[in-house]
Design a protein around this ligand. Structure first.
Ligand SMILES: Nc1nc2c(ncn2[C@@H]2O[C@H](COP(=O)(O)OP(=O)(O)OP(=O)(O)O)[C@@H](O)[C@H]2O)c(=O)[nH]1
Ligand SMILES: [Mg+2]
Length: 383
């Protein structure tokens, strides 16, 4: 019988920090190139989809004339932002830069390659020149291109300006090599109170980008984007399912209560991966401390054992030895920890968007409430 490791909150916090760094690395990276004339709305769109910190912190040295590389501080997102350029001479320089990067990265791991490009045209330009078409064609030979019509006014009841629709149809009629095939994605990244227009199209843009991105870059894209929380939730649930399954196996030989702590590493790795999957990738000591104290009080340790003992009373037929944690209980416990942590991550994400810092007490309360509720359900909550 394995001896129970003696964990303290700071050990658990340290373990979390390690696992979290691994989980962030495991996400890989999504690299996007964004093209379009000055004022098309490239920076604004990037900020709406990935958050402000990208443009604000990521300003790096220009790799080539006209193409600037911004890296998300945690490395899960790389952006090549073409400084506004006009087609013709400027476009040629940008293309040469892109070609150089694409060629050089061909023999490198997937996470070094450029996975997709957005080409933006502002709807109110109302024209699309031959030189632009040639530019799109040449980019498409190197990277899949998603054509974005930007700053399109749409009213809250879903009406889009007729000229924008006609313009999009015109571009689609040109049969450019676009991804998804032949389609123009209309977006508006900023609401306008005066014109009463709303933000729209970001979800479609993200869907198109997902469809285009290679498998190996998708987890990073899910984590980095801020538009579709549901995708993050799905990824997180998968992680919790896998961890519960592994806890189930661990518990096939019933674990004596005193050894419940062997579930701790499984649960901490799970929590770390869920955190990363939500795009909460910047390590902080506050977060590590929160995880440490939560795991000590609610995980597979102290209070966890108490909860397990009450959960066991509901065990069907009572065949489970009263002094052991069965595989099912281990899985339930792990699932409850994971699902409760998902709620915490979603709250943290909302707070991040508001520029709030982590409120450890509120997060602890939220976690405990969710955890208890899921344990009370006494089953592997799947949905
Ligand atoms: N209403 C509305 N305004 C937008 C939108 N996108 C950008 N704008 C405005 O258009 C202007 C230019 O936007 P940027 O995002 O800076 O354009 P850019 O393509 O990055 O321009 P350069 O960096 O010069 O190449 C800004 O004043 C934005 O506020 C949009 O989707 N809707
Ligand atoms: Mg810009």
């Amino acid at each position: 019988m394995a001896k129970t490791p003696d964990f303290g909150a700071s050990d658990l916090g340290r373990l979390f920090t390690e696992r979290h760094a691994e989980a962030v690395r495991d996400l890989g990276r999504f690299n996007l190139a964004v093209f379009g004339k000055t004022g098309a709305g490239k920076s604004t769109l990037i900020n709406s989809v990935f958050g402000h910190e990208v443009a604000a912190t990521g300003t790096g040295p220009p790799i080539t004339a006209g193409l600037q590389y911004h890296e998300h501080p945690d490395g899960i997102l790389g952006l090549y932002d073409s400084q506004g350029f006009e087609t013709g001479h400027g476009g040629d320089a940008v293309l040469a830069g892109l070609e150089q990067i694409v060629t050089a990265s061909r023999s490198e791991p997937v996470e070094r390659q450029i996975h997709a490009a957005w080409y933006l045209v502002r709807w109110s330009d109302r024209r699309f020149e031959d030189a632009q078409a040639v530019f799109v064609q040449r980019v498409a030979q190197l990277v899949p291109v998603i054509f974005v019509m930007s700053q399109v006014p749409m009213t809250s009841d879903g009406r889009v300006h007729g000229d924008a629709l006609a313009f999009a149809q015109y571009i689609e009629s040109l049969n450019l090599p676009l991804s998804p095939q032949n389609s123009v994605v209309m977006t508006n990244a900023l609401p306008d109170e005066f014109l009463r227009t709303v933000v729209f199209g970001l979800d479609r843009l993200l869907d198109a980008t997902f469809a285009t991105a290679p498998e190996a870059s998708r987890r990073a894209l899910v984590a980095a984007q801020l538009v579709d929380k549901e995708r993050k939730r799905r990824a997180a649930k998968q992680i919790v399912k896998a961890a519960s399954a592994s806890a189930l196996t661990t518990g096939l030989t019933p674990i004596p209560f005193s050894d419940a702590a062997i579930l701790v590493p499984i649960q901490i790795a799970m929590i770390a991966r869920v955190t990363a999957a939500y795009g909460l990738t910047v390590p902080t000591s506050k977060l590590a401390a929160l995880v440490g104290s939560l795991m000590l009080s609610s995980g597979a340790t102290t209070a966890g054992r108490w909860i397990v003992s009450s959960a066991l009373r509901f065990a069907p037929g009572g065949q489970i030895p009263a002094a052991a944690i069965s595989g099912t209980v281990a899985a339930t416990l792990t699932s409850a920890v994971g699902r409760a942590w998902i709620e915490v991550c979603e709250r943290m994400l909302d707070r991040d968007a508001d520029g709030d810092s982590l409120d450890s007490n509120a997060m602890q309360e939220l976690f405990r409430a969710e955890f208890r509720q899921r344990i009370k359900l006494g089953k592997n909550v799947e949905s």
